[in-house]
Design a protein around this ligand. Structure first.
Ligand code: CAA
Length: 388
């Protein structure tokens, strides 16, 4: 390890080692196979739950490991260094699902819907996007109409990570379309109930072992007590939770960038061309220098965002800026490093015999989901200009 500005505690060192050993022993042997088949790796995900990786920051009373945000980021980075598909399931569970309950859930909701997911016995998902509203999340069309002690949910949501395997999903729908973003509410739904069906499975370029699909609601009856937060508070909940989620994606991107860099470094030391190791050519060595510099900068931004989120637990301050900067820079670095790694490996980088082409395919999504790079630039610039 280099000389980081962040002095890790013994607990942090331990979580790094634990996650690294787990990823090497349990995930590395199966990552390529699940990527190829596109099947969901139930067994290893279950083991991750048993290890406490599915609710790292959730207090023990709600089934989690009760650790800090940096521990979460460090563990996720190690998992994603081996396989970003396992990583996204972990990230969605921990941040997009669990964080919403910690902030906005009632005691009953936490006991009933957070505890099983944080302890790894169930899987959670988060559903904001619709076919016609991605970046413009406030333009959603799905409707929830109050009907006595229930809401009737109708609509189609898309790109829901973990939906085909999830037990519960936090879903956002319009309760008052006349109010725009202020007319959105959040609901906790059970996937086994009538009125909920899975739509088409998304055929993806990368993170293929994670399960992603559309979800459809047809008169799904959601009890009022399963509304998360107040009516009309949904957009704020969605954005607050995405701030946490974006730190997870930054950690995922950091893991992919490191994997791509380390593979490239090893190859540059070994592979020979024109009578010398290819690392001795400036065309290769300068690429390595840029990869290393960008990935260490991503690390600092990501750990900084984790610390800002940790501080927010006592100060209540938002960490939107730190999260967006980390996600923007780390995801573009993951793509930069994966692209360079394929180039450095030449034909072998394009071959499925090595994981390098998988890093390349997996890296791309980090620039898209949980807010594209363009949305991160919008969030950062608006905050800096004082426009929001
Ligand atoms: N925290 C708390 N509140 C926030 C907030 C935040 N980070 N961001 C915005 N808000 C609040 C604002 O303060 C505002 O409230 P007031 O009116 O009371 O001031 C309200 O929300 C509306 O905010 P904006 O006017 O800024 O809303 P906007 O329509 O201009 O949109 C946006 C802002 C940043 C573009 C937002 O729509 C956005 O982030 N879009 C991207 C959505 C996204 O990331 N989607 C990914 C979905 S998840 C996924 O990828 C799938 C998966 O399973 C992994």
């Amino acid at each position: 390890m280099s000389n980081y500005l962040f002095p890790f505690s013994e607990e942090h060192e331990m979580i790094i080692q634990t996650a690294r050993d787990f990823a090497q022993e349990k995930i590395a042997p199966v990552a390529a196979e699940f990527d190829e088949s596109g099947e969901f790796p139930h067994e290893t995900i279950k083991k991750m739950g048993d290890m406490g990786f599915m609710g790292i920051e959730v207090p023990e009373e709600y089934g989690g490991a009760g650790l800090d945000t940096l521990s979460y980021v460090l563990a996720l980075e190690e998992i994603c260094k081996v396989d970003a598909a396992h990583g996204v399931v972990m990230s969605v569970n921990n941040s997009l699902y669990a964080y919403g309950f910690l902030h906005f859930g009632t005691e009953e909701q936490k006991q009933k819907y957070l505890r099983p997911v944080a302890s790894g016995k169930a899987i959670g998902a988060y559903s904001l996007t619709e076919p016609m509203s991605g970046s413009d999340a406030g333009a959603m069309r799905s409707r929830a109409v109050r009907d006595g002690d229930f809401y009737l949910l109708n609509g189609r949501k898309s790109w829901v990570t973990s939906a085909p395997v999830a037990d519960n999903i936090v879903v956002f729908m319009m309760t008052d379309p006349g109010k725009g973003a202020k007319g959105i509410s959040a609901f906790i739904i059970e996937t086994g109930k009538p009125g909920f069906t899975l739509g088409k499975k998304e055929p993806k370029l990368g993170i293929r072992a994670s399960a992603t699909s559309e979800i459809l609601f047809e008169d799904y009856r959601c009890p009022v007590e399963n509304r998360l937060g107040e009516e009309g508070e949904g957009f704020k909940i969605a954005m607050t939770v995405l701030d946490a989620g974006r730190i997870g994606i930054a950690a995922q991107a950091l893991g992919i960038a490191e994997a791509a860099y380390e593979a490239s470094l090893g190859y540059a030391r070994e592979r020979e061309a024109f009578g010398q190791k290819i690392g001795q050519f400036q065309g290769i060595s300068f690429k390595l220098a840029d990869m290393k510099t960008r990935l260490e900068a991503s690390r600092l931004l990501t750990y900084n965002a984790a610390i800002a989120k940790e501080r927010s637990k006592t100060s209540g301050d938002r960490f939107t800026l730190e999260a967006s900067m980390a996600k923007l820079f780390a995801s573009e670095t993951a793509m930069f490093c994966a692209h360079a790694a394929v180039q450095i490996h030449g034909g072998m980088g394009y071959s499925k015999e090595l994981p390098v082409e998988r890093y390349f395919r997996d890296a791309k999504i980090t620039e898209i989901y949980e807010g594209t790079s363009e949305i991160q630039r919008l969030v950062i610039s608006r905050m800096e200009l004082g426009l929001k």
